[in-house]
Design a protein around this ligand. Structure first.
Ligand code: SF4
Length: 456
């Protein structure tokens, strides 16, 4: 029986392109599966001696515990990361503040989308003291379009807490980090390991997917218990001298190789040999994740009330979805063009005394009526998907002559159905001052085009 003494030949074989295919073809033989062993002598003399080495290695790997399997992968994982780590702005100087900010921005957001936001945010608020002092409108504007705006509010609250309790420096302690608003076990683990070199795992959705596949685990990754168990396992196997790189390498595999949608790129993966889901063709079934609850669908009508120079904007309530951001007045339900006019007319008629000039607006068929006080035209449909609700919107441009809108503006606060916070913003203010969420992007673009056109 051949031994494993000829390591140089084994290395040579492993270096050939076909190594993995040969290895796994043998691994999948029924007799190996059933008995956990093969008659290695059957290969001697047939010119394929290298299989013997592969067989032995695979058999050893098959018997590994989860911990042994992951531990065995660490050298390849770290080596792969040193050659494949993407160059990212926050990796250039991994200070605690930069790591923290990047990890918060990266939650539910793609790396490519985060990059410009990160650069802009750091330029505007270069340290924790500046973040603590920032006004909410500035924070929301810097975050505009990233979504999940509670993240930036929590950053601000945490920064204030860090200034008060930790002298302006993020604490180099996993437990203390967990006490800051918006920092959960993943973010605390990422900051502690990457910025402070502490041996703490950072398990996010990417890592859950990769490890579940490597170990062929069918535990539901949406369960907290699954995440906890994975944290315990990873803490045991992560190297004390490179915890930050270990965590980042796992995240990188999840983001670039063992990708969330589509076929994983197993040929490029440092877990190739050890991954049980790849070996057994189970990457379509693993990870297991219970189906998310169906989203509620809301139909909405959005009103772009403008005089060609300014548009009506209002601030959303301080609590709930998109809290504190700005939006175009909108209401539940779809209105057709006539309905849009009626809705507006309803608002206005309640204040009829205040709007003598606009009296009779209920009757306007508006579109194309040269004598109407305002004109309504379609601004198109748009859909925006939040985690629990989906907005299906129909938009209308309601164009006033300038004087009419000024009169309307003077009495905005008294118009029933339009929040007290409605005001008029011009193109420059829309661009630089008021944070309007992505949900309204189609309409923001449309109205910006219109305001800019009229300005030029
Ligand atoms: S081998 Fe394939 S399935 Fe396994 S971790 Fe790598 S990319 Fe994912």
């Amino acid at each position: 029986m051949a031994g494993r003494s000829d390591q140089s030949n084994l290395s040579r074989v492993r270096g050939t392109l076909g190594f993995h295919e040969k290895a796994w073809e043998l691994q999948n033989r029924n007799d190996m599966e059933k008995n956990g062993q093969v008659d290695l002598n059957q290969f001697v003399g047939n010119g394929e001696w290298e299989h013997l080495y592969d067989e032995v290695q695979i058999l050893e790997e098959t018997k590994m515990s989860d911990e042994e399997r992951l531990r065995a992968a660490v050298p390849a994982l770290l080596s792969w990361f040193s050659g494949h780590a993407r160059i990212l702005p926050w990796r250039e100087q991994p200070t605690p503040y930069r790591v923290w900010l990047s990890e918060i921005m990266l939650q539910q957001t793609r790396v490519e989308a985060v990059k410009p936001y990160f650069e802009r945010f750091i330029a505007a608020l270069p340290d924790i003291a500046a973040l603590a002092e920032a006004e909410e409108d500035q924070l929301l504007k810097l975050w505009e379009g990233l979504g999940y705006y509670s993240r930036v509010r929590n950053l601000n609250r945490s920064a204030k807490q860090v200034m008060e309790e930790h002298g302006g420096e993020l604490p180099a302690d996993h437990q203390k980090l967990l006490k800051l608003p918006g920092i959960g076990s993943y973010t605390a683990g990422a900051i502690a390991s990457i910025a402070f070199g502490q041996k703490v795992p950072a398990v996010d959705g990417n890592v859950l997917r990769v490890i579940s596949r490597v170990l062929k685990s069918r535990e539901d990754i949406s369960e907290l218990s699954t995440k906890k168990a994975m944290e315990i396992l990873l803490e045991r196997v992560m190297p004390a001298d490179a915890p930050g790189n270990f965590n980042q390498a796992l995240m990188e595999v999840g983001a670039t190789v063992c990708i969330p949608r589509g076929e994983p790129l197993c040929e490029e993966c440092p877990f190739y040999t050890l991954c049980l889901s790849r070996r057994d063709g189970l990457t379509g079934e693993i990870p297991v994740k219970k189906a998310a609850k169906a989203r509620r669908v809301e139909e909405r009508t959005v009103f772009l009330i403008t005089d060609g120079r300014r548009v009506a904007v209002r601030k959303r309530p301080e609590k709930g979805l998109l809290a504190g951001l700005y939006e175009f007045p909108n209401d539940l339900g779809w209105l057709n063009e006539q309905g849009g006019a009626e809705q507006l007319g309803q608002w206005l008629s309640e204040q009829e005394k205040l709007f003598g000039k606009l009296r009779g607006i209920n009757s306007i068929p508006v579109t194309g009526d040269e004598h109407a006080a305002c004109k309504i035209r379609c601004a198109g449909d748009a859909t925006h998907i939040f985690s629990h609700v989906e907005w299906r919107m129909k938009g209308y441009i309601i164009q006033f002559p300038e004087a009419g809108l000024d009169e309307l503006k003077d009495n905005w606060k008294q118009i029933s159905g339009i929040a007290e916070t409605v005001f008029l913003a011009d193109a420059e203010e829309l661009k630089t001052r008021y944070a309007i969420p992505n949900a309204f992007r189609a309409y923001t673009e449309k109205i910006a085009e219109l305001l800019n056109k009229d300005r030029n």
